[in-house]
Design a protein around this ligand. Structure first.
Ligand code: AHR
Length: 504
C-alpha cells in the first residue's frame, strides 16, 4: 500500500480476467409503474412511431447500446398470464396486477416487446411465471415464441402476424422465488423441483435456449446461500446461469459508506460462485455455472413516495428514483465490480431502464432525458467491450463504521484489441481530495490519450430533472497525460473517470 495519497494501477495484456460477454451491459423492463406505459410505449405521444413506441426513448436507449433486456418482470411476472398479452388488442383483458397493485391493460405483450427490442437493437431475456404457472405454461410459451410452425402455439403466433419465430435465446425460470412477497413464493425444494421440470420441457421444445435459475433475491435473505445450494442440487445440469439481485441505498446519508457498497457486491459474487462450485464438486460435474446479476442498481429515493400511491391505477409513477451525482459514482463502482468478476458474471441487468429506478426518465406526453446514472452505464457499455484486465491496484484506503479497507481508487482497464484501445474506468471515492493516479501499461508499448471523460459535480446531491435535464453531464476536460506506456492523471474528488487510450 502506498503511504502518500496517490494510487497506482498496473495492467498487462497477458493478465486477463475474461473476454467480456456483451450481455454484462444488459437492462430490465418490467410491467411496473411507467416503464412500459408512458415509458417505452405511449401511442399518441408526439414522438411515437406507428407502433406507439417512443422514438425519443429509443434514441436514448440506442446511445446506451443495451445488448439484452430482461422482461416482463420482476415481481410482476409471478402473477402474469403471458396469453393475456397476445392477439388482438381489443380482446385483451384488464387485470388486477397483485405484485404492484395496479391495473394491467395488456396493450403491450410478447409480440410488441419483440418488435420494440428489434427497434432498440437489443436481445430479449424472457422471464417465465413460476409463481402461479408451472411446467405446462413453460413449454407452451417456448413453443409460441420459438417453434417454427406446424403446432398449436407456433401456428397461433403466425396467426398473430409473426410467421417467423422470435428466437428468444435467454429465459429466466421465474423471479425471486425465495421472497415471501412473491406471488406463489416457494421454498428451495419446491422451486428447485418446478424449475428442473420446467427447464426439461423448455429445452425439449427448443434445445438451443439458455436458462437462468433463481438465486436469492439478496444476500441479506435468511435462506442465503442455502437456497442456492438446494436449487442447484436440483437444476445444476439443466441450467446455464444462476441469478443474483442486489440494490443499494444511502439510507443514512453516509456517502463514504455508500460508495463502499460495491465491495459487498463483490463479496456476494464470491459467495455465490463458491456455492456453485460446491455443488459442481458434489455432483462431480464438468460444467461451470455462470452467474447472471440480472437486477442491480441504486434504489431508495422513491421508497416513501411509493407508500402513498393509490392502488389499482394504470401505470402510476412507481419507483421513480431521481438519481444524484453520488448515485452515479456508486453505479460506476458497481459496474467496475461486475467487470472485475466478468469471468463468472456473464450477464447482468441494470434494473431498470425507463422511469422505474432507471437511467432514462420521461414525462407522459413530454420530454425524455438522461439521469446521472445514465452516464457511467453508457460509458461502460460503449467503451467496456473486449478483454477485462486484472487490475493490480495500490491505493490508500479508508474505513467507515460498516465497511473497512475501502480503496479510494476503484478501477479497471478494458482492452479492445480490434480498436487498438485500452480504456481505464476509475472512481475516486475520496470526497475531499483529488487522487493522483499512475497507470503502468507496461506490455502495451507507448500510447496516447484519446480523451479523458469526467463526471463530477460540486453538489453530490445534484440531479437531472424535468426542469434541468442536463445539470449533471460528463465533460472531456480530464487531465490524463501519456508518456510512453505510463499514464498519469489527477482524479478530481468524488469523480467518475473514463481514460481512453489509443495504442501507438
Ligand atoms: O426491480 C424492482 C423489483 O425488485 C423487481 O420487480 C423484483 O424482482 C425486485 O425485488
Amino acid at each position: 500500500m502506498t503511504t502518500q495519497h496517490a494510487a497506482k494501477m498496473i495492467v498487462d495484456k497477458d493478465f486477463k480476467i475474461s473476454t467480456i460477454d456483451d450481455r454484462l451491459y444488459g437492462s430490465f423492463i418490467e410491467h411496473l409503474g411507467r416503464a412500459v406505459y408512458g415509458g417505452i410505449y405511449e401511442p399518441g405521444h408526439p414522438q411515437a412511431d406507428e407502433n406507439g413506441f417512443r422514438r425519443d426513448v429509443l434514441k436514448l436507449i440506442n446511445t446506451l447500446r443495451v445488448p439484452i433486456i430482461r422482461y416482463p418482470g420482476g415481481n410482476f411476472v409471478s402473477g402474469y398470464d403471458w396469453k393475456d398479452g397476445i392477439g388482438p388488442k381489443h380482446l385483451r383483458p384488464r387485470r388486477l396486477e397483485l405484485a404492484w397493485r395496479t391495473i394491467e391493460p395488456n396493450q403491450f405483450g410478447m409480440n410488441e416487446f419483440v418488435d420494440w427490442s428489434r427497434a432498440a437493437g437489443t436481445d430479449v431475456m424472457w422471464a417465465i411465471n413460476l409463481g402461479t404457472h408451472g411446467v405446462d405454461e413453460a413449454r407452451n410459451i417456448v413453443e409460441y415464441a420459438n417453434h417454427p410452425s406446424g403446432s398449436y402455439w407456433s401456428d397461433l403466433r403466425a396467426s398473430h402476424g409473426y410467421a417467423k419465430p422470435h428466437a428468444i435465446k435467454t429465459w429466466c425460470l421465474g423471479n425471486e422465488m425465495d421472497g415471501p412477497w412473491q406471488i406463489g413464493h416457494k421454498n428451495a425444494v419446491e422451486y428447485g423441483r418446478v424449475a428442473l421440470e420446467s427447464a426439461k420441457v423448455m429445452k425439449w421444445v427448443d434445445p438451443t435456449i439458455e436458462l437462468v435459475a433463481c438465486g436469492s433475491s439478496g444476500r441479506g435473505m435468511q435462506t442465503f446461500p442455502e437456497w442456492e445450494a438446494t436449487v442447484l442440487d436440483h437444476t445444476y445440469e439443466h441450467v446455464e446461469f444462476l441469478s443474483l439481485h442486489s440494490y443499494y441505498g444511502n439510507h443514512e446519508n453516509d456517502t463514504a459508506t455508500f460508495l463502499g457498497r460495491s465491495l459487498e457486491m463483490e463479496d456476494f459474487i464470491h459467495t455465490v460462485a463458491a456455492t456453485c462450485d460446491y455443488i459442481k464438486a458434489k455432483k462431480r460435474s464438468k460444467k461451470k455455472m455462470m452467474l447472471s446479476f440480472d437486477e442491480w442498481n441504486v434504489w431508495f429515493h422513491s421508497n416513501d413516495a411509493d407508500r402513498k400511491i393509490e392502488p389499482w391505477q394504470i401505470a402510476p409513477p412507481q419507483l421513480e428514483d431521481l438519481y444524484t451525482m453520488e448515485d452515479a459514482l456508486v453505479v460506476g463502482c458497481l459496474l467496475i465490480a461486475l467487470l472485475k468478476h466478468s469471468d463468472r458474471v456473464r450477464m447482468a441487468c441494470l434494473a431498470q431502464l425507463v422511469n422505474v429506478i432507471a437511467p432514462i426518465m420521461t414525462e407522459n406526453g413530454g420530454q425524455a432525458w438522461a439521469q446521472t446514472i445514465f452516464y457511467p452505464y453508457m460509458h461502460a457499455s460503449v467503451y467496456g467491450r473486449g478483454q477485462a484486465l486484472v487490475p493490480l491496484v495500490q491505493s490508500p484506503k479508508y474505513d467507515t463504521k460498516d465497511i473497512t479497507d475501502i480503496p479510494y481508487l476503484e478501477s479497471i482497464a478494458v482492452y479492445n484489441e480490434d480498436a487498438s484501445e485500452v480504456t481505464v474506468f476509475a472512481v475516486n471515492r475520496d470526497l475531499a481530495n483529488p487522487l493522483p493516479l499512475e497507470v503502468d501499461l507496461r506490455s502495451f508499448g507507448s500510447c496516447h490519450v484519446i480523451e479523458h471523460l469526467v463526471l463530477e459535480n460540486g453538489d453530490l446531491k445534484a440531479t437531472n430533472d424535468a426542469a434541468n435535464p442536463n445539470r449533471v453531464q460528463p465533460h472531456n476536460g480530464g487531465n490524463a497525460v501519456a508518456d510512453g506506456s505510463k499514464v498519469t492523471a489527477n482524479l478530481n474528488k468524488a469523480s467518475w473517470n473514463v481514460i481512453r487510450l489509443g495504442l501507438n
